[in-house]
Design a protein around this ligand. Structure first.
Ligand code: FAD
Length: 514
């Protein structure tokens, strides 16, 4: 029987990071990925539309572990990224707009045009979120994560609502909406709900390019992260097999001993690392009765109803915003483009989904990478990556093709209010609702983070890397510190697996000599 030190189930970026580190440490490693390409939700797809390369799911990078870049020499495998700056732009229907970036003086001017008294509050907000982000980032590598390691003020921020945090600092509605947005990404809660403060801080924890809270575009799209990790893993001797699904984790008593593949082969391993969603790992890949009742309850109660919809658009020209006219690339085309004028707009978007099954006027954030990376589209064409909420997986009237089209039409209509040329500029469109994210990426419930990143599902309450089945580990976003293209869950799993394998080897050689 084929035998390895470690089998990795799934070639998402975390599985690849885990495989690369283990292979570098001298382990024999194989990765089985069910799709024909590696990367999971960090993927650049070619072939969706002729001549385009699409970051089909994730599109911007912040929380990625800089240590991995150095340790695996990822730049030598083509990984390159550059700052998204300015970082946020909200055009309003009345012709005003707000643009924020790294330039403090420019931010002060932008904010003062709405309300000069908010400039100081914005600075104070930045200081607090930098502190929260830094503290989180420093805890992302922890092998034994604990929520109570944070001081009381930060714990209160993480347990509180994003709206509360923002409203304590600034008063201008559009500024409040722009800031609160980070607390809502991926979560099926509204801005006034407790716990969204954590989501906000998680999105400001990254330290890409050495700058706290900065976000970056990856040249060539998000798949370049996964590609670099896969090349590093192969260079260190890991085998990566695509188009091969793991059907089952094989157990002997309460120990995992290998996997069964969809071609009928059994593969033996000393350790199995699963990059799959926790619910797939524990409910689909293992037979019943391996876990005790409380653990099964945790799996069943895991909050993983995804509220996000991804709309990828191929454009014949850049959006021409009434508030900042022009279809030639301008600074605001680099920023995340928002449409919400206030926190109330966002709260209503959420509340409508709870009562009516979907937002009537959703949260929308858009990204245009093509002004700075034109090779992603044919000459003169552009890609608008649109991320929208709330369009929950379990909407009562179901996700019919008509429901998908209606959601996309609404989003385009809303964008057309601030960029009137946009609806006519669309040449291609791809709608990925939560069930599509589940089908294509294995994200159960369509949840982009393998489950909510909220108190109750973070730190020691996320799934443990070392699962209750001996030799079976979680190396994906279901483990600490959760979702985003960060590589931390994969790195942590590699460290824990290596430690366990070395301890086991030492114990058996001690047993053999005694
Ligand atoms: C629409 C969308 C937008 C997002 N935007 C961003 C963003 O801009 N920035 C950011 O940082 N994060 C973003 N995220 C979140 C981020 O992409 C994910 O949290 C992250 O990519 C998850 O990585 P992972 O390696 O843990 O798991 P995944 O990417 O889910 O990888 C798991 C892999 O396991 C494979 N697999 C599952 N079961 C099996 C099996 N039985 N056999 C073999 N293979 C299997 C899957 O096919 C998949 O490739 C976004 C996610 C989505 C969906």
């Amino acid at each position: 029987m084929e035998t390895y030190d470690v089998v990795v189930i799934g070639g998402g970026h975390n599985g690849l990071a885990c495989a690369a580190l283990l292979a570098k440490a001298g382990m024999s490693v194989v990765v089985y990925e069910r799709e024909s390409v590696v990367g999971g939700a960090a993927v650049s797809e070619t072939g969706v539309w002729p001549g385009y390369t699409l970051s089909m799911a994730s599109y911007v990078l912040s929380t990625f572990d800089p240590w991995l870049i150095e340790e695996l020499d990822l730049r030598s495998y083509g990984l390159e990224f550059y700052r998204k700056d300015p970082y946020a732009f909200t055009p309003l229907v009345d012709g005003r707009s707000l643009l924020l970036g790294s330039d403090r003086a420019a931010n002060a001017r932008e904010i003062a045009a709405f309300d000069p008294s908010d400039v100081a509050g914005f600075e104070a907000y930045g200081e607090l979120t930098d502190r929260a982000g830094q503290a989180l980032f420093n805890a992302f590598s922890d092998l034994e994560p604990r929520f109570d390691k944070f001081d009381r003020e930060l714990q209160a921020v993480f347990r509180g609502s994003a709206a509360d945090l923002v409203e304590r600092h600034v008063k201008t509605p559009v500024l409040q909406a722009e800031l609160v947005n980070d607390g809502l990404i991926g979560t099926y809660l509204g801005p006034r709900d407790a716990g969204t403060g954590y989501v906000l801080a998680h999105h400001l924890a990254g330290r890409v390019l050495g700058i706290q809270g900065a976000w970056a575009y990856v040249r060539g799209g998000m798949g370049s992260v996964s590609r670099a990790l896969a090349l590093a893993a192969r260079k260190h001797g890991a085998k990566i097999v695509t188009g091969r699904r793991v059907e089952q984790v094989l157990t002997f008593g309460s120990r995992a001993i290998g996997v069964l593949l969809d071609d009928g082969r059994d593969i033996a391993a000393r350790a199995i690392a699963s990059n799959a969603h926790p619910r797939s790992t524990f409910l689909d890949l293992l037979h019943e009765g391996v876990f005790d009742g409380p653990f099964v309850d945790k799996v069943l109660q895991w909050k993983t109803v995804g509220p996000s919809l991804k709309l990828n658009l191929g454009l014949g020209e850049l959006p021409n915003f009434t508030a900042r006219p022009g279809s030639d690339p301008q600074p605001h085309h680099r920023a995340t483009i928002h449409v919400a004028p206030s926190i109330d707009y966002l709260q209503k978007a959420h509340d409508d989904a709870r009562t009516e099954g979907a937002s009537k006027e959703p949260l929308i954030e858009c990204f245009l990478q093509t002004p700075t990376d034109p090779r992603l589209a044919p000459d003169g064409k552009h890609i608008l990556s649109v991320f929208a909420q709330w369009y929950p997986y379990d909407r009562p009237d179901g996700w019919t093709p008509a429901a998908r089209d209606a959601a996309a039409d609404t989003i385009v209509e809303i964008l057309g209010r601030v960029a009137p040329n946009l609806p006519g500029a669309i040449e291609h469109r791809q709608v990925l609702a939560a069930p599509d994210l589940e089908r294509r990426f294995g994200l159960i419930g369509g949840h982009i983070f393998h489950g909510e990143l909220l108190p109750g599902q973070i730190f020691e309450e996320r799934f443990p890397t070392r699962t209750p089945v001996a030799n079976l580990y979680l190396c994906g976003s279901g483990a600490h510190p959760g979702g985003c293209v960060s590589g931390f869950p994969g790195k942590r799993a590699a460290a824990i697996i290596l430690g366990d394998l070395e301890r086991n080897a030492a114990a058996s050689s001690a047993g053999a000599t005694s």
